[in-house]
Design a protein around this ligand. Sequence first.
Ligand SMILES: CC(C)(COP(=O)(O)OP(=O)(O)OC[C@H]1O[C@@H](n2cnc3c(N)ncnc32)[C@H](O)[C@@H]1OP(=O)(O)O)[C@@H](O)C(=O)NCCC(=O)NCCS
Length: 183
Amino acid sequence: MNDGRAEQIQRDGPGVSAPLRDPRGEGLPEPVIRTACHDDLDALIALEHAAFATDRAERRAIRHAIRSPSMDVLAALLEAPNGDLGPVLVGAAVLERRRGSRIARLASIAVAPNRGGLGIGGRLLDAAEARARAHGCDRLRLEVRADNGAGIRLYERRGYTRFAVRPAYYEDGMEAWRYERGL
Ligand SMILES: CC(C)(COP(=O)(O)OP(=O)(O)OC[C@H]1O[C@@H](n2cnc3c(N)ncnc32)[C@H](O)[C@@H]1OP(=O)(O)O)[C@@H](O)C(=O)NCCC(=O)NCCS
């Protein structure tokens, strides 16, 4: 059964959509975070297209990540407002490890644009860090586009520090800022 159905997620501009804050301020949604499986593939691809304008992972790469013993794909699911539709995949993170290294890499993190700003990215990052620790890693590294305000804010608020810059890292020539944090 596919409980990671792709949501109707539309990009609404070249960047990240406006965050949808809970207008009542009554607490934020609690996503369930679990390891993704093959049945989540379509929803993960829809998310990739909704969340990223460039450098999207292809279906093959996502399928490989799901199967790879050195990678963890985490899926964040929320109950759809209409409960009988079942949970909807609203975010994902990909963690990568290398044999013999205690440094894990956050290869990707994404939240559906219409669910941005609700803390789901933070929850996914917590889960990725916990998973890296469980694998015996003591450090997490990642790259982020220098113009990705939401990503940079997420990482810096959580104690990540910039340790390097990689010029022309992305398809469109944008540089990457490399961040890391001890776990
Ligand atoms: C980066 C991303 C994963 C953050 O997910 P999220 O669920 O919105 O994150 P959170 O709600 O946990 O918020 C994280 C921080 O970013 C801020 N933020 C969220 N959306 C924002 C936006 N559009 N612009 C600026 N800041 C934003 C939040 O206010 C929060 O900061 P705070 O803790 O000071 O309030 C999400 O924006 C995303 O998927 N972006 C597109 C894909 C991407 O760029 N991935 C990162 C690649 S390295």
